[in-house]
Design a protein around this ligand. Sequence first.
Ligand SMILES: [Fe+2]
Length: 432
Amino acid sequence: MANYVQGDSSSALSASNQYFVEQYTKVRSFTEQLCAPLVTEDYVIQSMPDVSPTKWHLAHVSWFFETFLLSPALPDYTSLHPQYAYLFNSYYNTLGERHCRPKRGLISRPTVQETYQYRRYVDEHVLDLLEKIDEQRLAELAPIITLGLHHEQQHQELMVTDIKHVLSCNPLNPIYIARVPTRATRVPPLEWVAFPGGIHWIGHEGENFAFDNEGPRHRQFLQSFQLASRLVTNGEYLEFMEDGSYENPLLWLSDGWNTVRAEEWKAPLYWEHRDGRWWIMTLSGLREVDRAEPVCHVSYYEADAYARWADARLPTEAEWEVAANDGPVEGNFVENGLYHPAPLNASTSGGKLAQMFGDVWEWTQSSYSPYPGFKAAAGAIGEYNGKFMCNQFVLRGGSCATSLSHIRSTYRNFFPPNAQWQFMGIRLAREV
Ligand SMILES: [Fe+2]
């Protein structure tokens, strides 16, 4: 099914044209590489309202380039189909009516093959544009091309998490890709790493790409704080479960307790109790829970309750960012091909933080709100981030489904407090 786009590297392109042709080709190809293990039937299922079918993701990211790059840049551009904009617009009210999100799984046409043809059509036009425009026009279009590529990387992660949910609904426990789990001989003990209080600079600045919600850079006062040296493990979370915590209202926020009761939560998403043992559904099939792995697929409510049980708290996003600025952006990302968080094997002695990036997104206690001076861009593109700054919490650091080239210490992901289906985990914080 996958037929990767090919940039024309034989012509004498300028360095900037060549750069964008290569970046575009690389990101678009990786999307299709992630689809390689799927069969046609996998592409169309929507297992819950939050999940989109793989086919929809493939078309939506193409629609994004069509809408925000091709249509404004090419006056004669016409879409492959007049109603694709209705089907594949996600949430941009400024761009008109659109198909209902929870019903994306009811759309059998365009077929998967026609969806790939749509991608090819958009690829041909984007690559033609990138190869032909002069440097000045390219410089004008560069921000939207770059946004389109980072947007597609966001959807690559959603494709992985959504297909995991789709496969988890199948009693045959289908395997997305067979991988031997990483094992740890010894999980290092949790240590506390202290950071001084004071006024700290938070947020993105500089020439490199960042989403609008990562700025403006501004000062925040922080009390002295401590961050756990590593992520909370499955073993530690099992102790929390075995202590009756899912039946103890004193540990939970009111909304969290209501959700635990209504959803009958007893464990993280994808955990299953069989014959007295806990099993976990992974993209490489069903496995017995490994106590050394970071706990994953927990909601904000569960992360918050665990922290209370552990006599700690979740970090604020500013604390997390200040701590992350000290270290390199390295970890278990999607490029590792594990599609699962890995246990920590190395020693973290010496007061160093581990697992800050990759493995699991780390819940913070910070509401997803605008930074001081934030202003959404004019027009439809202003709907990208700003309008979601209500009723969601910030997560930091990326996961095993995030691309390394997509993450930064200032990156703000956000989800509602009951969401579990992303690769979400826990790092503790506490006062000094
Ligand atoms: Fe999108």
